[in-house]
Design a protein around this ligand. Structure first.
Ligand code: SF4
Length: 284
């Protein structure tokens, strides 16, 4: 993994495309992702984004945005005014194309300092999106933020299986992430488990029962319809669909998602979101 320290012109990107109805802005404290060679990287929608990868293999590079907090402080007044005028509210999705709590965060502290800057100059809504149980290290800072703005933590748990044959291991184990979700929820932070992308579930009743006990809501996001292409073609390229089909052939079709949604709705009535609507907290 090649790690470089860089500077970002403006950490607050005005959202477009599928994120547009979720938040006014996204923020990426890093470019690239060290989880790219873990299981979530196999289904990662960003790995084919040439603007991000610039031809480099996903998971092989990490650009550390050393000035992320300073960039936020410089841009926040202007972007808040724009967002409230044009989008109705100033809301930030952290992060849509990197992991905000990679192992390198322990050394560089980029996301931590960015969260501190947000606590000083809060948005109207902050959505923290992570694949890592390390988010609990920031519990106190998240509580600070929660006193100043609306806050949701989205923790991705795509399956109840710790391993899927033919795919690399999770970067952060299933049990560790469930533990982190339960910890955050118990501490009073609105916590959403994003099953994104939905992978074959060994025990659907047990999985969604566990989610109901560990989180306030669930989002179920199949790679078909969830990866930004109309038919899942961005995800069809890597090995993920073949590995899913080898475990459960039904899991590569949307009927599987709909079946999981029906089970989830029994465990979390009124708190189940599908694809992008779920990320925007529009629940069924
Ligand atoms: S953590 Fe997120 S950005 Fe990183 S590889 Fe996994 S899905 Fe992609």
């Amino acid at each position: 993994m090649q790690v470089t320290v860089t500077e970002i012109g403006n950490i607050l990107t005005r959202s477009s495309g599928f994120l547009r109805t979720v938040s006014s802005h996204s923020a990426q404290p890093y470019r690239g992702c060290p989880f790219g060679n873990a299981l979530c990287g196999a289904g990662c929608y960003v790995r084919h984004n040439g603007h991000v990868t610039r031809g480099r293999a996903w998971g092989s590079f990490l650009e550390v945005r050393g000035n992320a907090a300073a960039s936020y402080r410089a841009a926040v007044d202007r972007e808040r005014r724009w967002a409230r005028r044009v989008r109705g509210a100033f809301s930030i999705f952290l992060s849509s194309s990197t992991e905000p709590f990679p192992p390198q965060e322990a050394r560089y502290g980029i996301t931590g300092r960015l969260l501190e800057a947000m606590a000083e100059e809060p948005p109207d809504l902050l959505i923290v999106q992570t694949h890592s149980h390390q988010v609990t290290r920031y519990r106190d800072l998240l509580h600070d933020l929660q006193r100043r703005c609306r806050l949701r933590v989205h923790l991705s748990i795509e399956t109840d299986r710790e391993r899927l044959p033919g795919l690399p291991p999770h970067a952060s184990g299933v049990a560790a992430r469930f533990g982190a979700a339960a910890d955050l929820k118990a501490s009073g932070i609105e916590t959403v488990i994003t099953v994104a992308p939905l992978l074959p579930i060994a025990d659907p009743e047990g999985f969604f029962s566990r989610i109901a006990a560990s989180a306030d809501a669930v989002v179920i996001d199949h790679y078909i319809g969830g990866d930004g292409s109309a038919n899942g073609s961005r995800t069809e390229r890597p090995s993920l669909p073949a590995a899913m089909a080898a475990v459960d052939p039904d899991s590569v079709g949307l009927a599987y998602r709909d079946r999981m949604v029906r089970i989830a709705e029994r465990h979390l009535p009124g708190r189940v979101g599908i694809n992008i609507d779920g990320f925007a907290a529009r629940y069924s």
